[in-house]
Ligand binder design. Structure first.
Ligand SMILES: C[S@@+](CC[C@H](N)C(=O)[O-])C[C@H]1O[C@@H](n2cnc3c(N)ncnc32)[C@H](O)[C@@H]1O
Length: 186
């Protein structure tokens, strides 16, 4: 399921040590103290650590299909509930989270629409979903404007409200963050 084996995961963690994009996404997600937070595709846990500083480590959870990344994230954020799973099969109860975010993972999912349906189901009423990817001109390791349109349509189809895309310049790249909310009343 994960395209990252043990060696690939360690290499990724080694090469990605200037995590301004992680900070940008967690700032936008803005988890508050005590809010239950889920990160999807947490990798080595850099953003998870930032989220834990805001919400409290005992309130943050994460999933990643790579056992190596899960081990790294557990070590980085003791107290967080980090599990081996993908976006399509998140092993937490529906309606559990006030904030769910993912960064640079959606383009790896086996089934994007199944992942979107799963994540929106895991949101509590009023919960916020943030889907962050590098903005690209053509399909690749990120997201194009056309793909953003497809994702926005899917989110609307599964009942998300307030769907909008926020762009942030981080160094030489632009990060697109698709933000939406679970309605308060079902
Ligand atoms: C480019 S890394 C990004 C890691 C981290 N979010 C970061 O920004 O440093 C992509 C991540 O997506 C994870 N991934 C792959 N398939 C996935 C899936 N189906 N569901 C959730 N995460 C997945 C990978 O294991 C990896 O941790």
């Amino acid at each position: 399921m994960s395209s990252f084996g043990a060696v690939g995961a360690r290499l990724y963690a080694w090469l990605n040590r200037h995590p301004e994009t992680n900070r940008t996404v967690v700032d936008l997600a803005d988890p508050r103290a005590g809010e239950p937070v889920l990160e999807v595709g947490c990798g080595p846990g850099v953003a998870l650590e930032l989220a834990a500083r805001r919400a409290g480590a005992e309130h943050v959870a994460a999933v990643d299909p790579s056992e190596t990344f899960v081990a790294m994230a557990r070590k980085r954020v003791p107290g967080a509930d980090v599990r081996v799973a993908g976006a399509e099969d998140v092993p937490f109860a529906d309606g559990s989270f006030a904030v769910i975010y993912t960064l640079a993972s959606m383009h790896h999912w086996d089934d994007r629409d199944a992942g979107l349906a799963t994540l929106t189901a895991k949101l509590a009423p009023g919960g916020r979903l943030l889907l962050a990817e590098r903005l690209l001109d053509r399909p690749g390791h990120g997201i194009t404007p056309a793909q953003i349109g497809d994702v926005a349509d899917r989110l609307a189809a599964v009942g998300q409200t307030g769907v909008e895309t926020v762009e942030r310049r981080v160094g030489r790249k632009t990060v697109a963050v698709i933000v939406s909310e679970r309605p308060l009343a079902a």
